[in-house]
Design a protein around this ligand. Sequence first.
Ligand code: SAH
Length: 267
Amino acid sequence: MTGSLAIIGLGPGNEDLQTPQAKDALARATDLFGYTTYLDRVPVRPDQNKHGSDNREEIARARAALELAYAGKSVAIVSSGDPGVFAMAAAVFEAIEFGDPAWRDIAVTVVPGISAMFATAARIGAPLGHDFCALSLSDNLKPWETVTRRLRLAAEAGFVIALYNPISKARPWQLGAAFDLLRAVHPPATPVVFATAVSRADETVVVTDLATADPALADMRTLVLIGSGATRRIDRNDGDPWLYTPRRSDLGAIDLGNTAPQTKAAG
Ligand code: SAH
């Protein structure tokens, strides 16, 4: 009998940020697939089989998981954050589209998770309070010209930008080039956040600005958030500032003095 495949989001790191649905799906699996680093975060019971692989092997991993699911197993495949955001869910559907037509009988479920951009935003206020977009800075799977075009247009269009995969050993210069490009669009004081290993024990969150943003603050576990023209910074009396992007687009034009704007209650 055909088995099942659950594509599970583990959240950004801390188990608290994993959904009960994800925990249930992990517990039900006979076989667990994933990038070894992510799979190591999952408590695997002796009766469950673990199939770890390298992070470049997504399609091969998806095919292996589908084969086992088709053979009748309850298979789980894990991603960090949300599995639909630059992660395994799209790799599985690509493998299904171009793979054995019989795989279309498999019961596939996608179990959502808290993506790095949401975990990061929650740490610093509400920077994604208005229109935003998520971009992967990796040019492994798309040409660099596509990356720069999307970045420029997103910045010009006023989106807050969440940059995933900002840097790696194989892609050392792209983040600096991205900042240069954005400096031609946005003012120097535009907020930039480097959020590394959010919700994990070694989490660091640095709030800076476009003028001084230093790519050396990022590694493979960093989400870089770049404000739009509307993103505002509130300096706290003690501690890191809050950032937020107002729900209304005309806030910057209003002389607020020290008074909060009159708006309807949040919906
Ligand atoms: N599916 C994941 C993204 C995978 S792409 C999600 O929804 O979050 C890998 C990139 O995600 C990393 O390069 C980094 O930019 C970001 N990322 C993943 N976990 C993170 C964390 N705990 N803190 C900050 N960024 C993280």
